[in-house]
Design a protein around this ligand. Sequence first.
Ligand code: RFL
Ligand code: PHB
Length: 404
Amino acid sequence: MRTQVGIIGAGPAGLMLSHLLHLQGIESIIIECRSREDIEGTIRAGLLEQGTVDLMKATGVADRMMREGHFHEGIELRYNGKGHRINLYELTGGKKVTVYAQHEVIKDLIAARLNAGGEMIFNVGDVSLHDLDTSAPKIRFRKDKDGELQEITCDYIAGCDGFHGPSRPSIPSSIRKEYQKIYPFGWLGILTEAPPSAPELIYAYHERGFALLSTRSPEIQRLYIQVDPNDHISNWSDDRIWEELHARLATRDGWKLIDGPIIQKNIVAMRSFVCDPMQYGRLFLAGDAAHIVPPTGAKGLNLAMADVQVLARALDAFYTSGDAEPLMRYSETCLRRVWKAERFSWYMTSMLHRHHDYTPFEHQIQLAELDYVTSSRAGSTSLAENYVGLPMEWKEKETVATLR
Ligand code: RFL
Ligand code: PHB
């Protein structure tokens, strides 16, 4: 097999990249180790930045999101039994965030690729990358996990295979610098059949630990609580989960959390991670393959979408005018945004979680930080600007150019 861009992984990064390349007349093949049903059913992210929504709209994959998504103009930060609204819309000059589940984005992108005759091979096994420092890099894999070995010869390879995929380790370790922080807490996430308890997301700091109230639809809600990352889900009965949620989200003004049957629950660990550079020879990493953020800032999927926009534009420059400069600068361009999202995600995580190793002094500093961001216009504007998503790098450049 031969293609222009071989894409490993059918997550948001791989699927959106393939979609963007198609719109630019560049062909690609996606290979994915899981089944279509599996990736379309995996519960993960829920919050899309304005830029991600704009991208989906501009490229014709937003119809269902516009009908079924929830558009929020603010979020609430809750601590000491009181809620404080951050008016994202007003503080950012009219930007919003959208709640629309990641697996729905995946379904929409797969449908768009199939409609356009795009090639996606699911259920592959034994994926490996070869000849990355030549002009004909190759991907080898087995169809249906253990079928015959197949090979795709490509002009370029996009490693969109998430944190555990084979792409990043294919960059020689002598070239790769990795930055990492492991947090001493995880999130227990649930889906529950209940109506929404609040019109907007609530991020709560409580001495028993962080809690987050999010939504999915008028009938299904998504909630999270901070737990020990090594804890086992079997230790968490539904009653125990609700008891914690009620305690951590309680206010002094009679607000009521509406509970219901829990239909899904799991625990995820939290880390921050960056791989620098995000490219080697003709391999380009995008999304979780290159960087991980803790979910408190809701940035992971959005960063993946930002990376592939940079990559699609760079590949377009190469194929239309032979200009390889944007490809050479891919890593540098992406990492500027990545580090700012890393900073924000780390900041939100540090501010909102209960740190069991903190001294009483440090707990007071945490409360002072919450008081500052919720009472100072400068503080809440900074949070709002980062939360809705910073502008894309080339847009920043355009702004600088206009100012000159
Ligand atoms: P993905 O989604 O992990 O997709 C990678 C794909 O590659 C496949 N793969 C392989 N394919 C072929 N061969 C191999 N050897 C392969 N190895 C792996 C995998 O099967 C998979 O299909 O990476 P991508 O595309 O970079 O997308 C990243 C996002 O999925 C991730 O950052 C977000 O889910 C993070 N995240 C959130 N991001 C947001 O922007 N907003 C949110 O509200 C948000 N909430 C969250 C989150 C992540 C969470 N968890 C589960 C960690 C909430 C949670 C709880
Ligand atoms: C979600 O709805 O899953 C969600 C929302 C906001 C976050 C993380 C996850 O920060």
